[in-house]
Design a protein around this ligand. Structure first.
Ligand code: FAD
Length: 468
């Protein structure tokens, strides 16, 4: 007889959502969390960054108030107040997770958990409790959901003074005058957008030929152009070679296509990715394997040990909160024997970047479709053709859709512009429902809305767009 049906180590979006779903399915669940309920996402990731980006958006609107007939004098950012608000939002949501776990009668152990032996059906977890005691608990199944931390590159390690990672950038001691952002993935670009908006001189250094390299190349080119017009400098095709700390900040030697160049700034923000928290979990004595630093799992989040699952940032990319949550639900439903569950379909995981302009996508890029030799029909609808976008004063952007020319399958959607992180969901739903262009064209979209661009983009792929 075990203490629990399920022990979950880590209470980020993967772990806490899995715990609640397990409680709904009448499993007796324990959660072990060392630091903060809600994990990186609620405390140091998705939520506090979006709070800061909202402050940047309010600032931008206030600066452009005159265009809307609103006179606001002396508009300026108060970074300390922005940070206070962002931390408040994060704390509120973390408390919300505590409430939800309590409501679902989930027992929370505040401490650091690790696998401590046992066989399939009766596994032990030892917990170094935060109050310095040790506990051992048992369960039939275990979900590992310990997430990830900022990746460190040798010679560019964060010190919290002049070299930051995302945690320092979310709670900086003071506003820098200038910043170099190393890496142009979603995290790097969101911080570049925020700090640029509040008046910091931002330079983004990217090793690859284009920013947001995961995105469709047309969208990343548009993003670079639009962000550059706001004042961000981009150094693509540039390798960071050497970091030197100076009396006033940092110097960064970069190798570009044209030769070596030295950049100077107050701060280097390292946004070069994440490293999975696989250490001190007791994995060594198990059949659980790592693949490129992440715990290897199948499409049901199962590891190499029966009854032990791994979800979220601990596993393979994409490293996103909604992927962690979804995987947690799949693992729990598998454990509970729920019928008709679907494995994780990585091709249907949307990705969003909440810079200004926002970027969102799901499915295949145009380059990928062409690489695979698929004949495609491409739809494009610009924001400047949409009444609501013009009324909002947000007339820059694009909704791009990619269809299989033979079958009409929606292969991918790639968007840039205002609120596209909300619009993308229609495309994700369409892909889940395996919709073709015909059903989307048949759908009635409310007017005036930004969502009409979904309709128009799909119609444009088939030569039927109305407003261009
Ligand atoms: C700046 C930033 C912005 C982001 N923005 C977005 C976004 O907008 N949208 C999005 O989808 N994703 C975003 N992400 C990514 C998102 O935060 C992660 O994908 C998500 O948090 C992963 O969830 P998780 O449950 O796997 O792990 P985590 O959220 O990392 O949670 C893991 C938890 O496990 C705990 N833990 C670790 N080891 C142990 C142990 N041995 N015992 C007990 N507890 C342990 C940790 O304290 C932590 O609370 C962002 C990330 C960053 C850094």
């Amino acid at each position: 007889m075990t203490d629990f049906d399920l022990i979950i180590i880590g209470a980020g979006p993967g772990g806490y959502v899995a715990a609640i779903r397990a409680a709904q399915l009448k499993l007796k669940v324990a959660v072990v969390e060392s630091t903060h309920l809600g994990g990186v996402c609620l405390n140091w990731g998705c939520i506090p960054t979006k709070a800061l980006l909202r402050s940047a958006e309010v600032l931008r609107l206030a600066k452009h108030g005159k265009e809307f007939g609103v006179i606001a004098d002396n508009v300026k950012p108060d970074m300390a107040a922005m940070i206070t608000r962002s931390r408040g939002v994060a704390d509120k949501l973390s408390q919300g997770v505590a409430y939800l776990l309590k409501k679902n009668a989930i027992q929370v152990f505040n401490g650091r958990g690790m696998l401590a032996g046992g066989a399939a059906g009766n596994r032990s977890v030892s917990i170094a409790m935060n109050d310095k005691t040790t506990k051992t608990i048992t369960a039939k199944n275990i979900i590992l959901a310990t997430g990830a931390r900022a990746k460190e590159i040798k010679g560019f390690e964060a010190d919290g003074v002049t070299v930051w990672n995302y945690r320092h950038a979310l709670k900086p001691p003071k506003q820098p005058k200038s910043m170099i952002v190393l890496g142009s993935g979603a995290i790097g670009i969101e911080f570049a957008s925020f700090y640029n908006e509040i008046g910091v001189k931002v330079t983004v250094v990217e090793l690859l030929p284009r920013i947001l390299p995961q995105e469709d190349s047309e969208i990343s080119a548009m993003a670079e152009k639009m962000l550059a017009a706001q004042g961000i400098t981009f150094k693509t095709n540039s390798a960071a070679e050497k970091l030197t700390k100076t009396s006033s900040g940092i110097k960064l030697d970069i190798k570009t296509a044209k030769g070596m160049e030295t950049l100077e700034a107050d701060i280097l923000l390292s946004a070069v990715g994440i490293t999975a928290n696989t250490e001190n979990l007791g994995l060594e004595k198990t059949n659980i394997k790592l693949d490129r630093g992440c715990v290897a799992t199948n499409e049901w989040a199962e590891t190499g040990e029966a009854g032990i699952y791994a979800i979220g940032d601990l596993g393979a990319p994409p490293w996103l909160a909604h992927k962690a949550e979804h995987e947690g639900v799949i693992a729990v439903e598998r454990i509970a024997g729920v019928r008709d569950i679907h494995p994780l379909n990585r091709a249907n995981i949307p990705g969003c970047t909440y810079c200004q302009p926002q970027i969102a996508s799901v499915g295949m890029t145009e380059d990928k479709a062409k690489e695979r030799g698929i004949a495609v029909k491409i739809g494009r609808f610009p924001f400047q053709g949409n009444g609501k976008a013009i009324a909002l004063g947000e007339a820059s952007g694009l909704v791009k859709t990619i269809f299989d020319a033979k079958t009409g399958e929606l292969l991918g959607a790639h968007l840039i512009g205002a609120e596209v992180t909300e619009l993308i969901n229609s495309f994700t739903l369409s892909r889940t429902l395996e919709t073709t262009e015909a059903e989307i064209i048949h759908t009635i979209f409310p007017h005036p809305t930004l969502s009409e661009m979904i309709h128009e983009s799909v119609m444009s792929a088939f030569g039927r767009a109305i407003h261009i």
